[in-house]
Design a protein around this ligand. Sequence first.
Ligand code: 4NP
Length: 158
Amino acid sequence: MRVLFVCLGNICRSPTAEGVLRTLAAREAPELPLEVDSAGTAGYHVGEPPDPRMRRAAARRGYDLGGLRARVVEPGDFERFDLILAMDQDNLQVLRRRAPAQARERLRLFLEFAPESATAEVPDPYYGGAKGFEEVLDLVESAARGLLAHLREQLRAA
Ligand code: 4NP
């Protein structure tokens, strides 16, 4: 079960999703054979660790994002990952254009796994205030729990 999270810069939302899913899976679903990664559709921040504001907000909830480094989505990702989860519609559209036809059904919005959320997209927190980073964490935690339930169900059905 290979999951790739995708946002624009790979320094705020998608590394948070990567770190949160990895931590929650280790704690709550260690039976899942899970591989998690993240990438951006744009290359502005390649090689950089997650944004310090995002890192601090995540650390306050027990998620360590410090070891992650930004990278761009590459063609091989469309072969390698079973689920490619975009943080918003803009990035989903970019992925749809870049993906080969046979990979398109593996592209989804991450918040499909948090149907109770008031929004379908994780808002970009980069140019906003501190509240935006907390909102990213709230949405990502909900969707990560929903995704874990979905993956458990898949494992059971396999
Ligand atoms: P992310 O946030 O897509 O959640 O990593 C952003 C990071 C950087 C920029 C935009 C969004 N930027 O314009 O540099």
